[in-house]
Ligand binder design. Structure first.
Ligand SMILES: NC(=O)c1ccc[n+]([C@@H]2O[C@H](COP(=O)([O-])OP(=O)(O)OC[C@H]3O[C@@H](n4cnc5c(N)ncnc54)[C@H](O)[C@@H]3O)[C@@H](O)[C@H]2O)c1
Length: 246
């Protein structure tokens, strides 16, 4: 098992890409703590029935005090932490002319500030043990922008990619790796919001000619979080069927 004994914190791990990462990491022997907005006990029961040590902590990830309390609690329970996956995100479809300032701040709060808050709360445990890894789920929108999402979405993901690189540099002396994944066109509730026309356009521009699956993203997440990626840090890995090759 590639994550045996690893203690993992995941945000937004109860659905979509986050759920697939949670399930895959659990199968590989990790203990899982999910920071969730609401009660997700049926999913926790599902994980524990498979032999995984899993807990959910109700947390407001856009509030640093709430995040710190949750992370300190998990670290005390498990005697430390090894892996953080900043996966939770929100999106807006408003164009730049209609988009309110409230939308701007709420998307930045979830997609950037919460990832920073979780990282800030987790890092002391990783630096103490001089090991660990952080994985941020960014997006192709960080690199290309997006014509159907509000400009704040790509901006937030660009910030996450830069946060990845900055933390990778600052934490490298502690042997802590920080990487990101930039998915595109993965079948989840987020992409289910697309019109048929948008889906046709998107798939038409993907050399592999199809949408991606959450399991394909989870496989890449597992690689980057595992010791197999021990010399990789500051990287943002494309998972996009060849849509963007950079
Ligand atoms: N699906 C795609 O094609 C695609 C493409 C590029 C990037 N991504 C990224 O992948 C990640 C997962 O997206 P997904 O497609 O599974 O989307 P999703 O909407 O299915 O899941 C998003 C998760 O984030 C959580 N979340 C949202 N707002 C939150 C908040 N305020 N507090 C706590 N949790 C919150 C949700 O509960 C959910 O678990 C996101 O970071 C997203 O930006 C997805």
């Amino acid at each position: 098992m590639r994550l045996a004994g690893k203690r993992v914190v995941i945000t937004g791990g109860n659905r979509g890409i986050g759920r697939a990462i949670t399930e895959r990491f659990a199968q590989e022997g990790a203990s899982i703590a999910l920071l969730a907005r609401r009660d997700i006990s049926p999913f926790i029961e599902h994980l524990t029935a498979q032999g995984c040590s899993a807990i959910a902590i109700q947390t407001e990830i856009t509030d640093y005090a709430s995040v710190k309390k949750a992370i300190d609690h998990i670290a005390a329970l498990w005697g430390g932490l090894d892996i953080l996956v900043n996966n939770a995100a929100t999106i807006s479809r408003e164009g730049v002319l209609e988009m309110s300032l409230e939308t701007w701040h709420s998307v930045m709060d979830v997609n950037v500030n919460a990832a920073f808050y979780c990282s800030k709360a987790v890092i002391p445990f990783l630096t103490n043990q001089k090991s660990g890894t952080i994985l941020n789920i960014s997006s192709v929108a960080a690199k290309c922008g997006d014509i159907t999402a509000a400009p704040v979405y790509g901006t937030s993901k660009g910030a996450l990619t830069t946060l990845t690189r900055s933390l990778a540099r600052q934490l490298a002396p502690y042997q802590i790796r920080v990487n990101a994944i930039a998915p595109h066109a993965i079948v989840t509730e987020m992409s289910n919001q697309w019109s048929d026309e948008k889906r046709r356009q998107v798939v038409g521009a993907i050399p592999l000619g199809r949408m991606g699956t959450v399991e394909e993203v989870a496989s890449a997440a597992l690689f980057l979080a595992s010791d197999e990626a021990s010399f990789i840090t500051g990287e943002t890995l494309n998972i996009n069927g060849g849509y963007l090759m950079d």
